[in-house]
Write a protein that binds this ligand. Structure first.
Ligand code: NI
Length: 239
């Protein structure tokens, strides 16, 4: 049920019965010395595909770049400014709305996107009161946080978390076959926010924020993934 593998007549026919679209949004940014740079859009996209299948809902192509300016001192990261990101999200949603979609469920993989997504939602809803916009920050789901708290405790951290790295280990095992191991040390827990790219790298020198990714595993990732798919699907079906 992914739009990029369909033809336009198929999408037109879907719209005769259903107006619901899932949009995966994430980021392309460093995830510590052992996590994949694509973590945030890969997790959002894979969850979106599974939720789309389970609920028979169409899935749009993912928005792979997000508001990640604070990660830009780490090579490989890419980012959009908040004002750009808000505009991009609004234009993608408005374009699909013009074709007849009315219910939009965004599955998000990146915390830095949240304020901009909320701002985009406010702007869209101010002039389109018949749209339904839903935001799922998958790592905030109660079934996910319960599991992570039990299995990782505080070592889950806030960025390059054990949970998100576990999910990528499940979905992309081949990417981990030749990764080096690193020494891990405790990182600062609290800091002023937001930080500039340079301040971020100085405060969190290897990119992690409080996590110990050595606890991550594909087995944990499988459980977290299934919990997230179930919880999102259930809430999505209720709308
Ligand atoms: Ni992440």
């Amino acid at each position: 049920m992914e739009i990029y593998l369909m033809t336009w007549p198929e999408v037109e026919s879907y719209l005769k019965n259903k107006k619901h679209l899932i949009l995966p949004v994430g980021s392309t940014e460093q995830h510590g010395p052992t996590g994949l740079i694509g973590t945030d859009f890969l997790t959002a996209w894979d969850l979106a595909k599974a939720v789309g299948k389970k609920t028979s809902t169409l899935v749009a192509s993912p928005l792979c770049y997000g508001m990640a300016l604070h990660h830009m001192a780490f090579p490989g990261s890419g980012a959009l400014k908040p004002s750009t990101y808000i505009q991009v999200v609004k234009e993608i949603i408005q374009g699909y709305a013009d074709q007849g979609f009315r219910h939009f469920s965004l599955i998000n993989g990146h915390g830095g996107n949240i304020p901009s997504l909320q701002a985009a939602f406010s702007e869209i809803l101010s002039s389109n009161q018949d749209y339904t916009l839903q935001l799922f920050n998958w790592w905030h789901l109660s079934s996910v946080t319960d599991y992570e708290q039990k299995n990782f405790g505080d070592a889950n951290g806030f960025h390059a978390t054990c949970g998100e790295i576990s999910v990528t280990m499940t979905c992309y095992p081949q990417a981990y076959e030749k990764k080096k191991t690193f020494e891990f040390f405790p990182t600062v827990k609290k800091t002023a926010w937001p930080l500039s790219p340079g301040q971020f790298r100085k405060t969190f020198p290897d990119g992690r924020m409080g996590s110990d990714p050595r606890l991550a595993s594909a087995q944990h990732g499988q459980v977290i993934f299934e919990r997230a798919v179930d919880e999102i699907s259930q809430r999505l079906m209720e709308t």
